[in-house]
Design a protein around this ligand. Structure first.
Ligand SMILES: O=c1ccn([C@H]2C[C@H](O)[C@@H](COP(=O)(O)OP(=O)(O)OP(=O)(O)O)O2)c(=O)[nH]1
Ligand SMILES: [Mg+2]
Length: 149
């Protein structure tokens, strides 16, 4: 266990023991690249939840964000449909990556391909309090481009 690092317990089934575990590509990487545990082809416009073969035990107060890899997005138009995907700390099912092909060509995913990155992050919990009148601000209800281009 390293200092300044949270411990995440993971498990995987026997048939996926050959796959590399998610890892940081460089020392300064925010996300661990995660690989596909299955093979598939995404036709243009098609999306699919691609299995990673991984199950996680994330400490309470943390989450895992499933984020796209920019290389796939730029080169192939393939991204994470629900980015950033959320893996809750109490989820014990298989972590999946919902990939969509926005490109013009079919996109082949092979087992072991790095398809997304996992970013572990602290989560703040909030408590809601109903209130009749909210404080006034200069912005008020202006939004969605109200300040110009
Ligand atoms: O990219 C993702 C998003 C979600 N999940 C898993 C873990 C997460 O804890 C669970 C539920 O995800 P989310 O809350 O985003 O989906 P939901 O549609 O609200 O489903 P639920 O009603 O199960 O919470 O699905 C993934 O494996 N990958
Ligand atoms: Mg949910």
């Amino acid at each position: 266990m390293e200092k300044n690092k949270i411990s995440i317990y993971i498990s995987r089934s026997k048939e996926n023991e050959d796959l590399p575990l998610p890892k940081y590509a460089t020392e300064g990487s925010s996300g661990m690249d995660v690989v596909a545990a299955e093979e598939c082809v995404l036709q243009p416009g098609e999306w699919k939840a691609v299995g990673t073969g991984l199950f996680m035990e994330i400490p309470s107060g943390y989450e895992c964000q499933v984020r796209p890899r920019s290389g796939l997005a730029l080169r192939d138009g393939v991204t994470v449909l629900n980015a950033p995907g959320t893996v809750d700390s109490d989820y014990r099912g298989e972590v999946k990556v919902i990939l969509i092909n926005h490109g013009k060509q079919p996109f082949k995913i092979s087992r072991g391909d790095r398809i997304a990155q996992l970013v572990f992050a602290k989560v703040e919990k909030a408590e809601l309090h109903l209130k009749e009148e909210l404080t006034a601000t200069v912005r008020g209800s202006g939004g969605f481009g109200s300040t110009g281009k």
